[in-house]
Design a protein. Structure first.
Lengths: 113, 111
C-alpha cells in the first residue's frame, strides 16, 4: 500500500513564475491538506480539499490555489512566486469523516531564485 | 499568533537518557494532540497521539503526558538512542483535518 506520494521532490523556479505541485493521497483517503514548512519551522496549514472543494484555508494569499480530482489526488498552484515562497511543501491525507490521523508525504522542496 | 508553543528549540541527550519536549496551547477546542518525528529531507511521521480525556499514553519508549487544566502536554523518550536524533513537532487539532504545529525541537542523542 503506497503512502502519500508527492512530485516533484525538488524544484527551482524564478521569481514571478508559476508552479504546480502534485499529491496522491494514501489509498482510501479522501481528504488532502497542504502545508508549507519554512526552514527550521513547523508546517503551516495552507488549505484542505474534500469532494473536490476547498473546505478550509489558512492565512495564505490568493496566489496559492489548489484543486482536487475525482480520484482524490490534488494539486497546489502558486502564482507570481516570491523568494519567501521557498519552502518544503507537504501534502497530508486523511479521511474527512470519522476522524483519523494525517499521513504526510515526503514533500516538495521549492526554491525560488 | 502561534497556537501551539514548543520548547526547547534544541536538545542534547546522552544515549540511554530521557528526552523531554514540552508544548502548550491556548485553544480549548483542540481535542487531538499528535507528535510527529521528522528526519532531514523527509515528511513528518506520526509518532504517538493523545486525546484530552486521558492524562498519559505510552507506546514503547514514547510517552505523552497531558495536563488539560494547564493546557500543556509533553513527549518523553525513554532510553534515548542515536537513531532517535531528529526534529520533533507537537501539533493540535480540533477536527483532525487541520493541524497547528509547534516550531519543532531538534533532538541530538549522543552515543
Amino acid at each position: 500500500d503506497a503512502g502519500v506520494t508527492q512530485s516533484p521532490t525538488h524544484l527551482i523556479k524564478t521569481r514571478g513564475q508559476q508552479v504546480t505541485l502534485r499529491c496522491s493521497p494514501k489509498s482510501g483517503h479522501d481528504t488532502v491538506s497542504w502545508y508549507q514548512q519554512a526552514l527550521g519551522q513547523g508546517p503551516q496549514f495552507i488549505f484542505q480539499y474534500y469532494e473536490e472543494e476547498e473546505r478550509q484555508r489558512g492565512n495564505f494569499p490568493d496566489r496559492f490555489s489548489g484543486h482536487q480530482f475525482p480520484n482524490y489526488s490534488s494539486e497546489l498552484n502558486v502564482n507570481a512566486l516570491l523568494l519567501g515562497d521557498s519552502a518544503l511543501y507537504l501534502c497530508a491525507s486523511s479521511w474527512y469523516i470519522g476522524g483519523t490521523e494525517a499521513f504526510f508525504g515526503q514533500g516538495t522542496r521549492l526554491t525560488v531564485v | 499568533q502561534q497556537q501551539v508553543k514548543q520548547s526547547p528549540q534544541s536538545l542534547i541527550v546522552q544515549k540511554g537518557g530521557i528526552s523531554i519536549i514540552n508544548c502548550a496551547y491556548e485553544n480549548t477546542a483542540f481535542d487531538y494532540f499528535p507528535w510527529y518525528q521528522q528526519f532531514p529531507g523527509k515528511g513528518p511521521a506520526l509518532l504517538i497521539a493523545i486525546r484530552p480525556d486521558v492524562s498519559e499514553k505510552k507506546e514503547g519508549r514514547f510517552t505523552i503526558s497531558f495536563n488539560k487544566s494547564a493546557k500543556q502536554f509533553s513527549l518523553h523518550i525513554m532510553d534515548s538512542q542515536p537513531g532517535d536524533s531528529a526534529t520533533y513537532f507537537c501539533a493540535a487539532s480540533d477536527n483532525f483535518n487541520k493541524f497547528y504545529f509547534g516550531s519543532g525541537t531538534k533532538l541530538n542523542v549522543k552515543p
